[in-house]
Design a protein around this ligand. Structure first.
Ligand code: ADP
Length: 265
C-alpha cells in the first residue's frame, strides 16, 4: 500500500471515529435532556397534586359539616358558604393556571402572529371586569397611539396582562389603584402594570416567578392564589421572545413590566 493510500485510510478512519464520537455525545446529551424533562414533568405533576389537595380538603370538610347539620346558625352557614366559594374560586384559578402553564410551554408549539398590544390590553380589561368591579378598583389605562405590532398571540398576552391586573388588585389593601401603560421605543413595546399595594419583600423578589412560589405570609393572610400566575406570565412572555421584570418597594407598591420586541412601526 502506498503511503498516500495509508494516509487516506487513516484520515477516513479518523473521520468515522470523530463521527461516532459526535453521535455518542449527541445521543447521550439528548437522553439527558429527555431524562431532565421527564423529571421536571413528574415534579410538576407532584406539585400540582399537592397544591390541589389543600383546597379540596377544605371543601370536603366544610361540605361534610354542612351536610351533617352540625352547622346550625345562619351566620355559620353563610361563613361556610363564603369559604366554599373562595376555595372553589381558588381551585378553578389553579386549574386555569395549570392549563395555561402547560400551553405556555416555551417549546415553540405556540403559533405566533403579528398582534396589536392594544387589542391584548383591551381584552385583558374585559376579562378583569369582574375582579375590578368586585374590589371597586380604579384602573387607568394609557396606551400610546400607533404602537408597533409584536409577535405573539392576543389571547396569551391578554391572559398575562389579566394575571398582572388580578395581582395588582389582590395585593392592594383598601381601594386598589392600578395603572396600565403601553409605550414603545425603536426596538421594544413595553406594557407596565403598576399598583400602590403592599409591595414585595426583597427576600421574595428573586423567587416570585418560580412556579408555586407565594410570598412569605401571603397564604397566612388568606389571599387566595396558586403561586402559578407569574410563572405563567413569564412563560408566555418568553415564548413571545420578550422579558418580564418587576420593580417593587415594600408598603409602596409594585410595577410589573413586560417588554416585547417591536416588529413594525
Ligand atoms: P399568587 O398570586 O397565586 O400567589 P403569583 O405567581 O401570581 O401567585 O405571584 C407570586 C407571589 O408574588 C405572590 O404570592 C405575591 O407574594 C407576589 N406578588 C405578585 N404580584 C404582586 C403584586 N402586584 N404586589 C405584591 N406582591 C405580588
Amino acid at each position: 500500500m502506498t503511503s498516500r493510500a495509508r494516509t487516506r485510510n487513516l484520515a477516513v478512519s479518523f473521520a468515522i471515529l470523530a463521527l461516532l464520537a459526535v453521535s455518542i455525545v449527541f445521543t447521550s446529551s439528548n437522553a439527558r435532556r429527555a431524562q431532565r424533562l421527564a423529571r421536571q414533568q413528574m415534579e410538576f405533576v407532584a406539585a400540582v397534586s399537592h397544591e390541589l389537595r389543600t383546597p379540596l380538603a377544605t371543601i370536603r370538610t366544610a361540605s361534610d359539616n354542612l351536610a351533617s347539620g352540625v352547622i346550625a346558625t345562619p351566620e355559620r352557614v353563610q361563613e361556610y358558604g363564603a369559604l366554599l366559594q373562595s376555595e372553589g374560586i381558588r381551585l378553578s384559578e389553579m386549574v386555569e393556571h395549570v392549563l395555561e402553564f402547560a400551553r405556555a410551554d416555551a417549546t415553540g408549539t405556540r403559533e405566533l402572529r403579528l398582534i396589536s398590544v392594544r387589542d391584548a390590553i383591551e381584552s385583558a380589561m374585559r376579562m378583569s371586569r369582574f375582579a375590578i368591579d368586585r374590589s371597586a378598583a380604579t384602573v387607568e389605562v394609557v396606551i400610546e397611539e400607533n404602537l408597533p405590532l409584536v409577535r405573539g398571540d392576543v389571547a396569551g398576552l391578554a391572559r398575562a396582562v389579566e394575571n398582572l391586573i388580578g395581582n395588582a388588585i389582590k395585593y392592594s389593601d383598601g381601594d386598589p389603584l392600578v395603572s396600565i401603560r403601553a409605550s414603545a421605543n425603536d426596538t421594544n413595546v413595553t406594557i407596565e402594570v403598576e399598583d400602590r399595594g403592599r409591595g414585595i419583600a426583597p427576600t421574595d423578589l428573586p423567587h416570585i416567578f418560580e412556579p408555586f412560589y407565594r410570598g412569605a405570609g401571603i397564604a397566612d393572610a388568606q389571599i387566595p392564589g396558586s403561586g402559578l400566575g407569574l410563572a405563567v406570565v413569564q412563560r408566555v412572555v418568553h415564548a413571545f421572545g420578550g422579558e418580564v421584570d418587576v420593580l417593587s418597594a415594600l408598603g409602596r407598591g409594585s410595577t410589573f413590566r413586560i417588554t416585547l420586541p417591536a416588529v413594525t412601526r
